[in-house]
Write a protein of this length. Structure first.
Length: 410
């Protein structure tokens, strides 16, 4: 997967000919930033921006590392909030380019699907300091009435603008979020991966980064429960990471809250045709953040939000590529399982199920399964999503379910 990344904020400039242009400096690179997009066909790929003039797209050619350009605007950029979207178009021009090309993992238009678009909000003609990835959630059942708009169905995740690859989305998170979004209304798939057996559910994300997996799970959990005939009264999703990730994760939680609230209201309205005053009303999915470093987690040293609950699910994506941190990570999973088991008397979750997504990058990562086995975790793969790459060897994302029945032995 390649990502269009802004290397500096977009700016509005006026040329000598008094034309207004958007000035952009971007690259198209992988999540690790270790290779650049190189279409292996003779024609260059088009990179377009909205609301710039679409007739003169930017040309990204194989071998390029950076693209600096001025894009002519069709009309002066308004002072009100405007979203500028930058996206790639495949060589097949008959296909309409989508500004949100990465939701489906079916890859209909391979090139467009595999170059992830980016957007920025401009207010007062000044670019916000974060770029945004937009992740559409599945639409609600009654969308046909036109009462809702796109924003109510999309999660926006802010990323840093610039060269650093920290605080970005990663392939395994993106693909797994897409897979869960696509499958959340399938009873069979959800019962296998995200079984909902009671009306309160607690989900914790480890190494959340900008929060793509956790916020998506928060967005789809009501649908996943409904597909299994459950109505959730309460759902808690707690994102965790090291403190450097906190600011960006919290900002993305704030972005997601409005969407989650809207969806919850909608689900409640749909489900409450005959409302009983005495019935407990479902609450919106609660999305929170707390720091959790695995070096502390492996010792069972958790913050107050982790301690407060038993965790039905732990989710994590792209956290297993650094072999040195695997013992602390696996130790944290076991400590969380032990913590949840201690709630057993209260008739709440006892066994923590883990959903782990990874894009294997090198053979040494296999050490994960040895460490898991040593601590009593059984693993099974529930989904493999092929990840074709333009101009390079194909990859894939694997989603595992890990379960451990006994508590105690560390
Ligand atoms: C490759 S990123 C993946 C981020 C996110 N899960 C995603 O899929 O986009 C790995 C994440 O693990 C976090 N991480 C690494 N070591 C950690 C540790 N010891 N404790 C907690 N988080 C850690 C990093 O801060 C980073 O956010």
């Amino acid at each position: 997967m390649h990502y269009i990344r802004l290397l500096r904020p977009v700016s509005v400039e006026t040329t000598n000919r008094r034309e207004e242009v958007l000035s952009v400096l971007l690259t198209i690179t992988t999540d690790l930033g270790d290779s650049f997009f190189g279409p292996d066909e003779p024609s260059p790929s088009a990179v377009l921006a909205y609301p710039a003039d679409q007739k003169s797209p930017l040309q990204w050619r194989a071998g390029m590392r950076v693209l600096k350009a001025q894009l002519r605007l069709r009309e002066p950029l308004p002072r009100e909030k405007t979203t500028v979207c930058i996206f790639a178009r495949g060589s097949d021009r008959s296909k309409t380019p989508s500004v949100r090309p990465y939701w489906r993992h079916g890859y209909e238009d391979e090139q467009a699907e595999l170059v992830v678009s980016v957007s920025v909000d401009m207010a007062n003609r000044t670019c916000a300091p974060v770029s945004l990835r937009t992740l559409p959630l599945p639409r609600q059942a009654d969308d046909g009435d036109g009462a809702s708009n796109e924003d109510e169905h999309s999660l926006e995740l802010g990323e840093d603008i610039g060269e650093s690859i920290a605080r970005h989305i990663w392939d395994a998170g993106l693909v797994t979020a897409s897979f869960l979004g696509d499958s959340c209304r399938s009873a069979a798939v959800m019962a296998d991966i995200l079984p909902v057996r009671r009306d309160r559910i607690n989900i914790l994300e480890l190494g959340c980064g900008v929060g793509i997996l956790g916020t998506t799970v928060a967005g789809i959990i009501q649908d996943a429960a409904a597909a299994q005939g459950q109505s959730l009264l309460e759902a808690q999703v707690l994102l965790t990471d090291v403190d450097e990730a906190e600011e960006r994760a919290r900002a993305n939680i704030a972005r997601a809250e409005e969407v989650l609230e809207w969806r919850q209201t909608h689900v409640s309205e749909e489900g409450n045709g005959e409302e009983d005053e005495s019935e407990e009303k479902p609450r919106p999915v609660r999305l929170e953040y707390e720091n959790l470093d695995w070096d502390d987690g492996r010792q069972g040293a958790f913050g107050p939000l982790v301690v407060a609950r038993a965790w039905d699910f732990v989710v994590l994506s792209d956290c297993t590529y650094n072999v040195d941190s695997l013992p602390a990570l696996v130790g944290t999973l076991s400590a969380l399982h032990k913590h949840s088991h201690s709630f057993q008397d209260d008739d709440v979750a006892a066994d923590t199920r883990v959903i782990l997504a990874t894009k294997p990058r090198h053979a040494s990562e296999e050490a994960l399964f040895g460490l898991l086995g040593e601590q009593g975790w059984a693993h099974r793969v529930v989904k493999r999503v092929p990840l074709p790459r333009v101009g390079a060897e194909d990859e894939g994302v694997e989603v595992y379910v890990l379960e451990r029945k006994e508590s105690g032995q560390e």
